[in-house]
Design a protein around this ligand. Structure first.
Ligand SMILES: [Zn+2]
Length: 232
């Protein structure tokens, strides 16, 4: 093989490595975003329970107010009852007081139910917080791994770029330009092996003259179809 081609093959290897590292680096923010998205479900579940707890507490407060209002009314009725001289009025007030007392008992039952509901909501909240914490731990670890990969990729990218720079400095600039132009247009390779007269870059057969030139290894021969530099 021509020594220039051998050198270019090494450069091609570094350039391919650089492409891979760059595309890895571009993917990382997306992966980080995806990791964080895993938290959303848990966060929403926790917020929904917190909202239910808030609403339950409001219902309890409102019941307590209702009970207090009835107690006040009963106290006022008792004063009226104490002051009345008429028996039928006394009985009527007694009847009313009993009705309010019955109301209070019903409201107190409701309050107990809501308090029990509150306890079970608190239990659900603790579970939701646990689950959120577990997901948070997993996400933190994933992000740590992503950050480690990012520093690893950057380090490798620096090293490979440095290496590529020193390899490129010993190549004829025109030849290097040509290599870079083909590498760019083929999106990742500029040199292909010729196997049984077929270019492994585009899988097409080259002309016998090209095949002969590749075998002779005196000049850099190009594939007739795709223009890649050929070696055998
Ligand atoms: Zn080809």
């Amino acid at each position: 093989m021509l020594p220039e081609l051998e050198q270019l093959l090494v450069i091609q290897d570094r350039d391919q490595k650089i492409l891979t590292l760059n595309s890895d680096l571009e993917r990382l923010p997306h992966e980080e975003e995806n990791a964080k998205l895993r938290l959303i479900g848990d966060l929403k579940a926790k917020e929904a329970i917190e909202q239910q707890i808030k609403e339950n507490e409001i219902s309890i407060k409102s019941l307590e107010l209702d009970i207090e209002t009835r107690r006040d009314t009963i106290a006022k009725l008792k004063v009226q009852q104490f002051e009345t001289r008429k028996n039928d009025e006394y009985q009527a007030i007694n009847h009313e007081i009993e009705r309010y007392q019955k109301d209070i008992l019903g409201l107190e039952d409701n309050e107990i139910e809501l308090m029990e509901k509150g306890e079970s909501l608190m239990e659900s909240l603790r579970k939701a917080e646990d689950s959120l914490q577990k997901t948070q731990d997993i996400v933190d670890k994933e992000i740590q791994i992503i950050n480690d990969r990012r520093s690893h990729c950057k380090k490798q990218l620096d090293e490979t770029s440095e290496d590529r720079k020193s390899l490129a400095s010993s190549i004829d600039p025109d030849l290097l330009n040509e290599f870079e132009r083909i590498f760019k247009s083929k999106k990742g390779d500029a040199i292909a092996e010729l196997v049984n007269g077929v270019c492994t870059g585009c899988h097409m057969k080259v002309t016998p003259a090209t095949a002969a030139a590749v075998r002779a290894s005196k000049i850099i021969a190009h594939c007739d179809q795709c223009g890649r530099m050929l070696y055998s």
